[in-house]
Design a protein around this ligand. Structure first.
Ligand SMILES: [Zn+2]
Length: 418
């Protein structure tokens, strides 16, 4: 073959391959068109691409309802799994009636079924991501929760509890840091390297000290709103707040499980660790740095003769009780103090729920661990996220802010000598 013949052969080969390829593409596109023509493109989109949005799979059923399958949050080395956080944005034309059915609430808690939804479960929604409203959800067979809304704009945020994100905390910290009464100290980092900080309000030389932790469990934003209300009230710098801060100083770890909050998870830290468990022993610095650094800080406080006189771990559940643990030993003084705390909460706030019954014990929670290991009288305070009985409504952020604003008086009277 001479060089011309060789080139002609090459050209023919190229044309043949190229045309064959084009034909294949056209054929495939035609097939695709046939397939997509038989589907109706949904006018609804679920957006989970933002801070604190919950991971989920979703699809639209033949009735046009959005079936949203939440992704379980798993505990390391146990069968426990949890779904209780949901937070997503629905995008659909204004005027559209939307129905979302949330599923995968078959939680496992200490080897038993422990669903986080009930016939009382509300949901919250916001069309502007600022003003939220609450509405009852509807429990469907199969342990699914249905929420229905008419689109008043092009998008709506929907969540289980009014969200409080890391960006909300950052804004709050930036605002309060300017006060002379406030010191914010970084005590360590989370599993994923986010900053863990302690807020101090008031004079560290005050005779009494209170320690509060919020957000050990990622979905439980109520604690963060309560902390905001408490701090705002203490910083009003009026006669009352000055009197209160002469008696006590407040230390707060405002968001223990920042990684879980960032990723829109329900309960565990990034290593599948429950930050309100295993307080009966030293925390592992790699698996539970959020607890490890808190312990380290607490040991320093104790070494400097600044041990807190009261510790409260703020949580959300569907019961709303003060969880008073009863470890071994003589705890009569502790029980008397907790009784006083409960009485003062009833007197000065809208708290009405009550406390755990005699015999209640939850080893490994911060309340019990702080008492057993550090001699700090402490309790877990659960804020009911479904129903605030004292207000006869499903609570929103403003309600917890108001509760937080009433706590300074509770603490003041708590430390009053009998
Ligand atoms: Zn909790």
């Amino acid at each position: 073959m001479n060089s011309n013949a060789f080139l002609r052969t090459l050209l023919a080969l190229f044309i043949s391959i190229h045309c064959g390829y084009s034909k294949a593409i056209k054929c495939s596109a035609a097939e695709q068109n046939l397939k997509t023509d038989s589907l109706v493109a949904p006018k609804v989109f679920i957006n989970t691409g933002f801070e604190n949005a919950s991971p989920m799979n979703w699809e639209i059923d033949s009735a046009g309802r959005i079936i949203a399958s939440l992704v379980y949050d798993h505990e390391r080395f146990s069968q426990n799994r949890a779904n209780g956080h949901w937070h997503f944005k629905v995008e659909a034309p204004a005027g559209t009636d939307i129905t979302v059915i949330l599923q995968n609430f078959d939680n496992i808690w200490n080897n038993t079924h422990a669903s986080q939804v009930s016939s009382r479960s509300p949901f919250v929604f916001s069309f502007d991501n600022k003003t939220w409203e609450s509405r009852p959800g509807e429990l469907l067979p199969g342990n699914r929760l249905q929420v229905k809304l008419k689109m008043a704009g092009p998008s709506v945020y929907i969540a289980g509890v009014e969200p409080y994100r890391i960006s909300d905390l950052d804004k709050f910290l930036a605002k309060i840091k300017t006060s002379k009464l406030v010191a914010v100290t970084q005590i360590g980092k989370t599993s994923e390297g986010r900053s863990l900080e302690i807020i101090r309000i008031g004079n560290e030389k005050a005779p009494k000290r209170i320690f509060l932790r919020a957000r050990a469990h990622a979905f439980e934003s109520g604690g963060n709103w309560t902390v905001e209300g408490l701090v705002q009230r203490l910083l009003q710098n009026d006669g009352q707040s000055k009197t209160w801060l002469k008696r006590y100083c407040v230390y707060i770890l405002p968001m223990a499980n920042k990684d879980g909050v960032a990723r829109g998870k329900t309960r565990f830290n990034s290593n599948g660790y429950d930050l309100n468990r295993k307080w009966d022993k030293e925390a592992d610095s790699l698996i539970a740095p959020e607890n490890f650094y808190l312990e380290k800080w607490m040991r320093k406080m104790i070494a400097e003769n600044r041990k807190p006189d009261l510790g409260l771990d703020l949580h959300n559940d569907a019961g709303g009780n003060l969880h008073i643990s009863r470890p071994d030993g003589d705890i009569r003084a502790y029980l008397a103090h907790m009784e006083k705390l409960e009485m003062l909460l009833r007197k000065h706030t809208w708290f009405t729920e009550g406390s755990t019954k005699p015999g209640f014990r939850n080893p490994g929670t911060l309340g019990e661990g702080f008492m057993e290991r550090f001699g700090i009288e402490a309790a877990v305070y659960e804020l009911n996220y479904e129903w605030a009985e004292g207000l006869k409504k499903a609570p929103l952020a403003a309600d917890w802010i108001s509760l937080g604003g009433m706590l300074p008086k509770v603490f003041y009277d708590y430390f009053e000598n009998p």
